[in-house]
Design a binder for this molecule. Structure first.
Ligand code: 8ZB
Length: 482
């Protein structure tokens, strides 16, 4: 099938759907009309899009953890334990399900029962099936989102949406490039068009499902314009398939001005590009991810990273913040550690709630810089696709026009190298084939040279490596030891 950014025709979608629903036995329980009826039965306060829309109108920043375990009763207990400390709930899906290896999830479920503890790193929603997903949704009192990392998430979407989850994370780029080595972008984009078309079908039947492209990508020194370009493209692809509630995301880099500018630019750019493509009936919100790179092992230090992320999330005006835990350096958190991260975040969100980050030349400068960078990338993507954003995206990755630093995917060029400047903002050290304007490249180079002079060394790959480990070793910038 030829990839194109066109709404999938209903007969084609339905034919594909029959095949998708037979890939694992639990698929046969899914009936679309029944899914719509179930979604309609959810009260307003458990509808993800409605809760986001209300928060956005009130200027509030909502908090959301990550959480998922192998067994349904344990997963319910976990979410019930978390819901009094957060605004929105997740169900983080296990890694086997993300790879469509349901036999192995099944073994993990059986072994978890024997062991009396979760031996999977998330909730295997496909294996548990529709009725068990509904049991989860019914047992909690907040909206629940599916969070995962799945290049082919079609069956997972069918089961969880019919199961009452009202938001779905991911996208054809953001759940491929950082998560898979050799899945082609053509396939992951097409498979995510299916997910978006399914959401679009729910929309046609009056059910709003929120969609959230995964903003942080590799989570490793990603310059804002790269992740913004991907978020905007995934938003456009989703809108074409009929999605109406979109939350664009961004991973904290740690420089306050750059982070606040990034959320502003992201919202304004997404709105601009969505309207320019002819859409005007969408609900646009934003998500700020607390620091996605390496964390300090020391829990007090980890709380500091968490709180800084919470403060900047609140000041940036993001609609929600995804919260880290003091166990981040060690792995999957306990419920108590997860609650602690949420409590630390809620305290600081409340304290910045009525403060306004002052406009300044520095802030306006960063917003404008990000906008120029995104526009340079986006116009090249449209050009490469002769106006078709799906085709243009595949070609843009082939050409290195979009290049995600430190991502495992073979179809990603991996030529762009980021590094922090002397104030900790993430800049472009080596641009590879990313089409930034000449004066922008010069600006990045000058800012990096300023840091190099301050450190008495040349900019180098060592500087990049130092930055990657800096926060886990208690600083923002990876300066050499004095
Ligand atoms: C890309 C997301 C990585 C983050 C957390 C990791 C990391 C993954 C779970 C989880 C709680 C889970 N994460 N799986 N947190 N429960 N099952 O996602 O720790 O912070």
């Amino acid at each position: 099938m030829e990839l194109t950014n066109k709404k999938i025709e209903l007969p084609d979608f339905l034919a594909e759907r029959e095949q998708v629903l037979t890939t694992w036995p639990t698929g046969k329980d899914v009936k679309f009309a029944d899914g719509v009826k179930y979604q309609e039965s959810l009260p307003e306060h458990k509808r993800f899009a409605a809760v986001l829309k209300k928060a956005d109108a009130e200027g509030k920043t909502l908090s959301q953890p990550r959480a998922g375990v192998a067994l349904v009763d344990e997963h319910i207990a976990l979410l019930q334990g978390l819901q009094t400390a957060c605004d929105l709930l997740p169900s983080t899906i296990d890694a086997y399900t993300r790879l469509n290896r349901y036999e192995e999830s099944a073994k993990g479920i059986a072994k978890s029962r024997e062991a009396g503890t979760s031996l999977l790193n998330g909730f295997p929603a496909v294996n548990h099936g529709l009725a068990e997903c509904r049991r989860v949704v019914e047992a909690v009192d907040k909206p629940v989102q599916v969070r995962h990392g799945t290049p082919d998430a079609r069956l997972l979407a069918e089961i969880t949406l019919a199961g009452g989850f009202s938001a779905y994370e991911g996208g054809g780029i953001s759940y491929n490039i950082p998560y898979a080595k050799k899945v082609s972008l053509e396939k992951s984009i097409r498979d995510w068009q299916y997910c978006d078309r399914l959401v679009g079908l729910y929309e046609e039947h009056g059910v709003r499902i929120n969609r959230e492209p995964f903003g942080p990508l590799s989570g490793t020194l990603v310059p804002p314009f790269i992740s913004h370009s991907v978020a905007i493209i995934e938003g456009l692809l989703a809108l074409e398939q009929g999605v109406r509630s979109i939350t664009v995301g961004y991973g904290q880099v740690g420089n306050m001005v750059q982070d606040i500018a990034a959320i502003r630019a992201l919202r304004e750019l997404a709105d601009e590009y969505f309207r320019a493509a002819g859409f005007d009936d969408f609900e646009l919100t934003t998500v700020f991810h607390q620091w996605m790179g390496g964390f300090p092992e020391n829990e007090a230090m980890a709380f500091s990273v968490i709180s800084w992320g919470g403060a900047v999330a609140g000041l940036s005006g993001a609609t929600k913040v995804i919260v880290k835990t003091p166990h981040e350096a060690r792995g999957i958190p306990t419920m108590e550690a997860n609650r602690a991260g949420l409590n630390a975040t809620r305290q600081i969100l409340n304290m910045v709630q009525d403060q306004v980050f002052p406009n300044s030349d520095a802030l306006a400068f960063e917003v404008e810089l990000i906008k120029r960078e995104v526009r340079a990338v986006m116009s090249k993507v449209f050009e490469l696709g002769n106006g078709d954003i799906a085709v243009g995206t595949v070609r843009a990755f082939e050409a290195g026009v979009i290049d995600v630093p430190f991502a495992p995917a073979a179809c990603n060029a991996g030529k762009l190298l980021p590094v922090r400047d002397n104030h900790g903002a993430v800049r472009v050290f080596e641009a590879g084939q990313v089409p930034l304007p000449e004066d922008v490249l010069t600006l990045h180079r000058d800012l990096i040279n300023e840091r190099a002079r301050a450190e008495g060394r040349e900019p180098s790959f060592q500087m990049v490596v130092d930055d990657i480990y800096a926060i886990s070793k208690s600083t923002l910038i990876g300066r050499p030891a004095k």
